[in-house]
Design a protein around this ligand. Structure first.
Ligand SMILES: Nc1ncnc2c1ncn2[C@@H]1O[C@H](COP(=O)(O)OP(=O)(O)OP(=O)(O)O)[C@@H](O)[C@H]1O
Ligand SMILES: [Mg+2]
Length: 286
């Protein structure tokens, strides 16, 4: 079982991070406010919250694609200023270059790697993602699931230490989504990148995450952090899994107004309100 306590030192750290955007007519939108979170090396953290609460903004801050208005984002102890080489990102839409084949799209991520080395890395990654026979296909010749697999291959081929996933399976049908969630778990299990997953799908969060961070509505602040201590592989049909799903839903909707089920027993669940939960504290708590 992977638990928060088994993760090594902090890989991603956000300290008092706020982000404001300039909106129309000189107004400002505060997307995030005073966010503090530590993510351990190899940990999988799911970020959930209502639409517009700043989830994608938070990923872009970690990736160095946006700068915080206040506070600091650091990866492996180094402050992030500009695009972070250790990060790879996957989005809801595959964003493959339509004029390149699958193999060429993956190669694009390796453009600074000598050509002689590229070939082996691409073949290996395509094999891992089950795409060997589609290496020469273009994105319009792929199903949605295959295109998303290719996008994952492009992200993983550099063996990033931080994997940022912004609703990567949201556009897929339920069956393909479930399969890809399982594949993602196995694939990332090999290299163990620190993973930050944005999702609206509570089942996906409970299935994949070691910890779920719940953001409030905008401006996004950390409302709760839940350490999911279910053994892996996780059984979506188990009562413990359902319990977790309900807990997350309850946190998302505000604990007071979500009906709790009298048939679900109290379980040894760890929920932390508010901001950063130090790794040391987390390991004591599990
Ligand atoms: N570049 C930008 N310029 C102006 N406002 C922005 C910019 N990027 C994001 N915002 C605003 O910041 C807020 C948070 O946006 P963000 O995309 O992070 O939300 P989200 O939680 O990812 O939403 P969703 O679940 O719908 O994807 C929104 O109000 C959005 O309009
Ligand atoms: Mg978003």
């Amino acid at each position: 079982m992977v638990s928060a306590s088994s993760h090594s030192s902090t890989a991603v750290r956000l300290r008092r991070v706020s982000k404001q955007f300039r909106a129309a007519e000189g107004h400002h939108v505060t997307a995030l406010c005073g966010v503090e979170v530590d993510i351990g090396g190899g940990e999988v953290v799911a970020l959930v919250g209502q639409s517009g609460c700043g989830k994608s903004t938070l990923l872009r801050l970690v990736a160095g694609l946006e700068a915080p208005s206040e506070g600091e984002v650091s990866i492996a102890g180094r402050s992030v200023h500009g695009p972070a080489a250790e990060c790879a990102m996957v989005f809801q839409e595959h964003r493959l270059f339509p004029w390149l084949t699958v193999a060429e799209n993956v190669a694009f991520a390796l453009r600074d790697v000598p050509r002689a080395e590229q070939r082996g890395l691409i073949q290996e990654q395509l094999a891992v993602m089950g795409l060997q026979s589609f290496a020469r296909a273009y994105s319009h010749q792929l199903s949605g699931g295959m295109a998303q697999r290719a996008a994952l291959a492009r992200a993983l081929v550099r063996k990033p230490s931080v994997l940022l996933l912004d609703e990567p399976f949201a556009a897929l049908d339920a069956f393909t989504k479930t399969r890809l969630q399982e594949e993602l778990w196995h694939v990332r299990d090999r290299a163990q990148p620190t993973t930050l997953l944005v999702t609206h799908d509570i089942e996906e969060a409970v299935y994949l995450a070691d910890r779920i961070v719940v953001l409030s509505e905008r401006p996004g602040q950390i409302r709760a952090q839940l350490t999911i201590d279910l053994a892996r592989p996780r059984d979506r049909t188990s009562s413990a899994f359902s319990l977790w799903r309900r807990r997350v839903l309850r946190e998302l909707s505000g604990a007071q107004d979500f009906p709790s089920s009298p048939t679900i027993p109290a379980a040894p669940i760890s929920i932390h309100r508010g901001q950063a939960l130090p790794l040391a504290a987390r390991s004591k708590e599990t």
